[in-house]
Design a protein around this ligand. Structure first.
Ligand SMILES: Nc1ncnc2c1ncn2[C@@H]1O[C@H](COP(=O)(O)OP(=O)(O)OP(=O)(O)O)[C@@H](O)[C@H]1O
Ligand SMILES: [Mg+2]
Length: 339
């Protein structure tokens, strides 16, 4: 098990700054997610760790020692790419054993290790097949086995699940996470899927435009986003401008007790799941009119108009109101984040 540290890594391509002073610590045996929108620099970060791209400045330490001058094949870091990059003319076992052959591991050892890997990723019976004869999930397991066969110190997964359909994605995600925990291998999972990042990792690093904007536990990232940009990246929210005075938040839709005591102009971020709807007779919350309603099976998405302000909310599907109906919207201000 190894501790990986990125120290002030910067990189420009064609004069354009792609990574800006990126620092990150992944402790021994930890799995972290690197989450961010397309083009923010996630793959470049992994390639720099693996030695496929050279940074302009900064350092990478593995167990406290710089690996910048260590050649790719000796770094002990492997990347599993999104499109797996299996060798089409090699069988499953040849693909898995490829790295060992390159490292000149003797044949008997190689055969044993490949058999262990096939066992580990549950591909027994498929040893002699070619990639073209495998399903997406099986190909991915070959790619993971090939990466693990060389006993890397750090495993780098670049959007490994994005080519799989929703159900397979979920089971492969569980499979890889279980494997990671079982082997205790230090891992970075790159993804642009928020839920995937929150569900799989000890910690999440949110990257926007080449900088790590926040690094914390899934709860911290979700409940206390460090900036409006991060909050926006995490999906649809309600933002209401107002002022806080003496522990009360005053805005267009009313006056509420606020968990914040500085006096200032603020923007309150209210998540749709923190607004609860009741019939208007319930005598709670603020009154509004149902403007939009989208049925989604176990949930209903509503947009409520309160004094010209649109409030989006998500309810259980039993909460069935009609468009135009007056409802009472109760906002849980305990979880509201003020910016
Ligand atoms: N070899 C290269 N030469 C020039 N520009 C590059 C090179 N590699 C990456 N870039 C640029 O660097 C930026 C970051 O690319 P990168 O592949 O790291 O993004 P990403 O976060 O992995 O995106 P995605 O989610 O789409 O995979 C992009 O603007 C990209 O065009
Ligand atoms: Mg990428």
């Amino acid at each position: 098990m190894s501790k990986l540290e990125l120290k002030n890594i910067s990189k420009r391509f064609d004069g354009k700054s792609v990574l800006k002073d990126v620092s990150l610590v992944v402790n021994e045996g930890e799995m972290i997610s690197l989450l961010g929108p397309s083009g923010c620099g996630k793959t470049t970060t992994l390639k720099i760790i693996a030695g496929l791209v050279e940074p302009d400045s900064g350092d990478i330490l593995l167990d406290g020692e710089s690996i910048l001058d260590v050649p790719v094949e000796k770094r002990g870091t492997v990347i599993v790419f999104q499109d797996y990059l299996l060798f089409p003319h090699m069988t499953v076992e040849e693909n898995i054993g490829f790295g060992l052959k390159m490292a000149k591991v003797d044949k008997a050892k190689r055969v044993k290790r490949v058999r262990e890997m096939i066992d580990l990723v549950q591909l027994t019976g498929h040893e002699k097949k070619y990639p073209g004869e495998l399903s997406g999930g099986q190909k991915q397991r070959v790619a993971v086995a090939r990466a693990l066969a060389v006993e890397p110190r750090v495993l780098l997964l670049d959007e490994p699940f994005s080519n799989l359909d929703a159900r397979l994605r979920e089971s492969m995600r569980e499979f890889v996470c279980d494997l990671q925990r079982k082997l205790g291998i230090t891992t970075i999972l790159v993804t642009h899927d928020r839920e995937e990042a929150l569900m799989t990792s000890n910690k999440v690093a949110v990257m926007l435009e080449g900088s790590i904007e926040q690094f914390g536990t899934p709860e911290q990232i979700y409940k206390k986003p460090a900036s409006l940009d991060i909050a926006n990246f995490f999906g649809e929210k309600n933002y209401i401008e107002g002022t806080i005075e003496n522990g009360m938040f005053k805005c267009k839709i009313g006056k509420f007790k606020a968990n914040h005591n500085i006096s200032s102009k603020v923007k309150a971020m209210i998540r749709p799941e923190e607004v609860e709807l009741f019939p208007k007779s319930a005598d709670t919350g603020v009154l509004g009119k149902v403007k939009r309603k989208k049925f989604a099976g176990d949930r209903i998405y509503y947009t409520i108009l309160v004094n010209d302000t649109e409030i989006r909310c998500i309810t259980k599907s039993e909460k069935d109101f009609k468009i135009g109906e007056t409802v009472a919207a109760k906002i849980d201000f305990g979880n509201v984040v003020f910016f």
